[in-house]
Design a protein around this ligand. Structure first.
Ligand SMILES: NC(=O)c1ccc[n+]([C@@H]2O[C@H](COP(=O)([O-])OP(=O)(O)OC[C@H]3O[C@@H](n4cnc5c(N)ncnc54)[C@H](OP(=O)(O)O)[C@@H]3O)[C@@H](O)[C@H]2O)c1
Length: 241
């Protein structure tokens, strides 16, 4: 059976690993025919990912969009509904992290973070949830963070946005339960991805890898429809960095 899945921020890091893990699942599950709609701002990243995915057994569809721009969010949602008529799974993964001491953070840092992590996530979810609600079926993953419930000294704006995402998750969950839509909040600790920029070998040695996050997400998707994995919290074994 065809499953339409949209993954935002699919070009790099955790989003890329989630796409590859769903593609791999198709290889071992003949009933699962994923159409992976891969979105981010950088076309080259998506082209490279799409070349890897079909080898694993999935169909891919690329759409570039900046989640911080409402027009592009609307185009992305319209593309899904016009082309497929429906959506089975939305992975709200695209996110910005600007980590600096409080006094160095700028208005541009604030706007870029809030427009992507909060505004883009909210409106894309709102636009696509309507279709799931109508069909009484669907699954939405939010890649929030351990920073959605625990503050770190250099993550004030980032934490504001992630605490905010958690507010959306909890409010939406109340609504979603009534219409048989599954909501999963994924809260990872430190994962080696481009978001971190340069990282020392010592830190890399203890950080998680993107595939460590992707595997339990795909497992949660394959739970029976009657069961929702509501939260996934993953930390480096050494704890938060
Ligand atoms: N890495 C961690 O330690 C960690 C821990 C907890 C939670 N998370 C969360 O996991 C999600 C993915 O993070 P990641 O570490 O995989 O990040 P990443 O390596 O920086 O990748 C972010 C992805 O989002 C896309 N994106 C779309 N709009 C963006 C924008 N306005 N600014 C920046 N990137 C944008 C990027 O591609 P383009 O630049 O081409 O658009 C890229 O594909 C984020 O929501 C993050 O907050 C990460």
């Amino acid at each position: 059976m065809k499953h339409i899945l949209l993954i935002t921020g699919a070009g790099k890091g955790i989003g890329r690993a989630i796409a590859l893990e769903f593609a791999k699942a198709a290889k071992y599950n003949p009933d699962f025919e994923p159409v992976l709609v891969l979105s981010s701002r950088t076309r080259n990243d998506l082209d490279a990912l799409a070349r890897e995915c079909p080898a694993e057994g999935a169909e891919t569809d690329i759409i570039t969009a900046d989640p911080s721009k409402i027009d592009e969010v609307r185009q992305l949602a319209d593309h899904i509904i016009n082309r497929y008529g429906t959506i089975d799974c939305l992975v709200n993964n695209a996110g910005v992290g600007r980590f600096k001491p409080l006094e160095e953070l700028t208005e541009e840092d604030f706007d870029a973070t809030m427009n992507t992590n909060l505004k883009g996530t909210f409106f894309l979810t709102q636009m696509l949830f309507a279709s799931m609600q109508k069909r009484r079926s669907g699954h939405i993953f939010f890649i929030t963070s351990v920073a959605a419930e625990k503050a770190f000294e250099t993550s004030s704006i980032y934490s504001m946005s992630k605490f905010g995402q958690r507010g959306l998750v909890e409010a939406l969950r109340l609504h979603a339960r009534k219409c048989n839509v599954r909501i999963t909040d994924v809260m990872p600790g430190a994962v080696v991805t481009p978001m971190w920029g340069e990282v020392s070998d010592e830190m890399q040695a203890v950080m998680m890898r993107p595939e460590d996050i992707a595997t339990p997400i795909v497992q949660a998707y394959f739970q029976p429809a009657r069961t929702t994995v509501e939260e996934i919290v993953l930390r480096p074994t050494a704890g938060d960095l």
